[in-house]
Design a protein around this ligand. Structure first.
Ligand SMILES: CSC[C@@H](O)[C@@H](O)C(=O)COP(=O)(O)O
Length: 350
């Protein structure tokens, strides 16, 4: 079995005491890595989408808190933990929608609380961040297995944004089935929506899939209905930034529209995500915070103004797809119907 997925370099890596990030703002024109050594740089990299995608920002934030812990001056475990708590809150303020970020830094903080010394806290922060990364790679591989099992041979799948290997530790979520298909020599095709306004589909999904040899066709977001009507689309698979416990799922703006179109055309619509993306504290999607971003992302293209000066702009980065439009959640624990999510978790908790 070839290992095509391994050809893609990791987008987030801990090396020699620093965080190495693939700068996703520059793709596909340039494959450039940056070495970050301070938590402020990690905060900025998350804010500016240098690292993006729910699991990847969780992993990066995890290493960010570890960077702070390793470097901080502290004369007692208590003072280190107090600083760690402030750093956790700071990192959580970088982007609000993807729950993986808060989930990762809270998990690291909790783990550190039981350590007896400054040295043990420092070591534990890094170990926990590395564990989160390793667990994500394994979860994404399983998501790929479960997703692949849903698809007929030679399937064509539509997706939006980039929920791929570069948005996770490895393999991706919505794109994981394609990485596994490639490893196994199976032919599948992808229709990638460009994903206005920041073009993660056009820039990142096409780059990622083409670089592992998957057949990928780029369309603009407004072509989705026409393509569903005139071509055979076997499924729509998207990622998620936060899933409420009733299955309502927040993902990149435009996802909700795709789900409505898929329903109108009788195409199954799946959300692929690890359990770390599920926020069991939220009863439904109405409580998911939706990030609003700078108007420049809409009124400019590559620094060039395209809309009149002074017009009003609304730029939400995410929307929420209601559970009734979702055929199933493709998770590391299998494909779960939204209605079964809550009891599934209750069973897993024993
Ligand atoms: C595996 S990534 C899942 C989601 O985070 C992804 O689909 C998405 O919406 C990313 O948005 P982004 O704004 O690029 O971070």
């Amino acid at each position: 079995m070839s290992d095509q997925a391994a050809r893609l370099p990791p987008s987030v890596e801990w090396r020699d005491g620093a965080l190495i990030l693939l700068d996703q703002r520059r793709l596909p024109l340039e494959v450039r890595y940056r070495r970050l050594t301070r938590v402020e740089e990690v905060w900025e990299a998350i804010k500016q989408l240098e690292v993006r995608g729910a699991p990847a920002i969780g992993i990066a934030a995890g290493f960010g808190i570890a960077l702070w812990a390793l470097d901080a001056e502290a004369d007692s475990p208590q003072s280190l933990l107090e600083g760690l708590e402030r750093t956790r809150v700071y990192l959580e303020s970088s982007r609000p929608t993807a729950v993986n970020l808060a989930w990762a830094v809270r998990r690291i903080f909790r783990a550190c609380q039981s350590e007896p010394s400054v040295a043990a806290i420092r070591a534990r922060a890094l170990l926990e961040a590395q564990a989160i990364q390793a667990e994500d790679a394994e979860a994404c591989r399983k998501i790929g297995e479960h997703g692949l099992a849903l698809l007929p041979a030679g399937a064509t799948v539509m997706t939006i944004c980039n929920a791929g290997a570069i948005a996770t530790a490895r393999y991706g979520t919505a794109l994981a089935p394609f990485h596994l298909a490639r490893e196994r020599g199976l032919e599948l095709s992808v229709i990638a929506c460009e994903t206005r306004p920041l073009l993660q589909g056009a820039r990142l999904t096409t780059w990622e899939l083409a670089s592992i040899g998957i057949d990928v066709t780029l369309i603009t977001d407004s072509m989705a209905a026409h393509v569903m009507k005139t071509r055979r689309i076997d499924a729509v698979i998207v990622g998620a930034d936060r899933i409420a416990r009733n299955g309502d799922s927040a993902n990149k703006i435009g996802t909700y529209g795709l789900a409505l179109l898929a329903r109108a055309h009788g195409i199954p619509f799946y959300v692929a995500a690890p359990f770390s993306t599920i926020d069991f504290e939220l009863a439904d999607g109405s409580g998911i915070p939706i990030e609003e971003r700078d108007e420049k992302e809409i009124v400019e293209i590559q620094g060039q103004r395209i809309a009149p000066e002074g017009i009003k702009v609304f730029n939400p980065a995410f929307d929420v797809t209601p559970n009734e439009l979702i055929e199933g959640l493709i998770t590391e624990r299998g494909v779960i119907r939204c209605a079964e999510l809550d009891c599934h978790q209750a069973r897993a908790m024993g």
